[in-house]
Design a protein around this ligand. Structure first.
Ligand code: RB5
Length: 143
């Protein structure tokens, strides 16, 4: 499985940690950037990722709170980006919301909790059923 990643400076350290974790686990990682802790603007990295991201794959976006990258990603109609601050929220984002992007708060999450959230996100299938109907109604004018 291929995992796409992007962050701003506030998410850089956690992105580097999770990238190493994913590579150790045998995943292919596409790291769009940023590549240092120099101050930068989170929307640019999300837009760069979205230029190439296939929506049937999975991505992890990280900024200080997770909110900036999440707001930016969710402007794209094919994206369901979910903010998660623990493994259970990440699991439910897959099981109930069929999220294809996980947004993490780099300044508020330990590396260990972030690893657990990422594992839950990657390994949990969408439940479908009643959730499929709800997910298909997320985009405006889709009802
Ligand atoms: C950067 O200081 C911070 O504002 C950014 O990483 C993010 O938290 C925005 O939502």
């Amino acid at each position: 499985m291929r995992i796409w990643m992007a962050s701003d400076h506030a998410g850089f350290a956690l992105k580097a940690h999770l990238k190493a974790h994913l590579l150790r686990r045998g995943y292919e990682v596409v790291d769009i950037g940023t590549h240092s802790e120099d101050s930068t603007d989170y929307p640019m990295w999300v837009h760069r990722l979205m230029e190439a991201f296939p929506p049937d794959e999975k991505a992890i976006l990280i900024c200080g709170t997770g909110n900036g990258v999440c707001m930016t990603a969710n402007r794209y109609p094919q994206v369901r980006a979910a903010l998660a601050w623990n493994a259970e929220i990440a699991r439910l984002a897959r099981a109930h919301n069929d999220a294809n992007i996980l947004c993490l708060p780099g300044r508020f999450l330990s590396p260990e909790e972030a690893e657990r959230a990422v594992e839950a996100f990657i390994q949990t299938p969408f439940e479908g059923g009643r959730h499929q109907k709800r997910v298909s109604r997320i985009n405006p004018h889709s009802v």
